[in-house]
Design a protein around this ligand. Sequence first.
Ligand SMILES: Nc1ncnc2c1ncn2[C@@H]1O[C@H](COP(=O)(O)OP(=O)(O)OP(=O)(O)O)[C@@H](O)[C@H]1O
Ligand SMILES: [Mg+2]
Length: 286
Amino acid sequence: MQNEKTMTDSNTTTISNNRNKPAMPSFRRGKNIVAIASGKGGVGKTWFSVTLAHCMSKMGRKVLLFDGDLGLANVDVQLGLMAKRDLNDVIRGRLSLSKVIQHYEDGGFDIIAGRSGQASLSALPSQRLSLLRDQLLEVADDYDVVLIDLGAGVDRTVRMLSASATKTLLITTDEPTSLTDAYAFIKLGNAAGMSKNISVIVNQVSNTDEGQKTYKTLLRACENFLRLKPPLSGMIRQDKKVKDSIRHQSPILTKHPNSDAAEDMEKITRRVLKELSVAAQMIASG
Ligand SMILES: Nc1ncnc2c1ncn2[C@@H]1O[C@H](COP(=O)(O)OP(=O)(O)OP(=O)(O)O)[C@@H](O)[C@H]1O
Ligand SMILES: [Mg+2]
């Protein structure tokens, strides 16, 4: 890993084609919505989202997990669910968003499933996307917390869903490409006016020191080039039990409740719930 290295602004090439996108208007923000994002794909967003939902539910919160990766949905796949209805029915105008919510009994939370491989979902016209966002904000009133598992990158869908959230948790690993893409997400998010509440989760760390170094590499780049200081919301150790639970399509808190990763997720969940209530108070007080 490049822990001892520093990042330069010019190495954020991977998803930088959106660099000069105009600022988006500020959206109505849900006070209880958390978006889970990453620059690079495959860093653990979906696993994290599912586990966060499960953990929050175990802590007594009423939670909805929305599969916002419109092109490559996979929340239902990780949990082995057969979704009878999904976002496609909403996009096609057949059902309202509240009608495609399904309860995930084992985890005690609700899910809105996406439709994998549905290219048309990832390329929704802006108007449809705004309608979807508005319905989500409405549905969110019935929950303590709504989590959105976003697609990788910073496309229009990701920007809009992230902008409607109270806060965005940005997942990175110590891989240089993951870090530079996380930096690009913060940079573009800043340009689009949605970065104020981004905090960082470092996933798959070998130990706490390495995780801190990874975070500091990202932090330094943000301070130097963007004058931003995204806080660290936590880190999760690399743990073979993560893969094992995904392979068994069973949540880690059920399959391996005493694993390192489960322990780290509990810590993060407590912290995120605290951060969320502070952010919601700030929104409420204008
Ligand atoms: N803490 C961890 N320890 C070990 N492996 C992990 C950890 N977190 C994630 N993984 C591995 O990373 C893989 C990818 O996870 P996941 O599908 O949740 O990523 P993603 O960011 O949602 O990907 P995509 O961008 O394709 O949607 C998992 O299959 C799992 O094996
Ligand atoms: Mg995913």
